[in-house]
Design a protein around this ligand. Sequence first.
Ligand code: SF4
Ligand code: SF4
Length: 66
Amino acid sequence: MPTQRLPVVSETLCTRCGECVATCPVQALGVGLDGSVVVWPQACVGCDVCAQVCEPLAIAMREQDW
Ligand code: SF4
Ligand code: SF4
């Protein structure tokens, strides 16, 4: 099971603005059917850019197994 630094999106803080999805340089983020942000661990390079552009600070980077 790979361990990797990945974004974790807070459902309570996220305003679903789409900024992180638009900014991710490797298209590792998408929008789910319910409008929530979805992470594709296989594509994510752990660059933190999504966390930096998220104005409500809804994204935290954490080491995760997947
Ligand atoms: S930038 Fe932040 S608030 Fe906007 S969709 Fe992404 S996680 Fe949600
Ligand atoms: S950490 Fe970087 S590569 Fe991973 S989802 Fe965020 S912007 Fe994309």
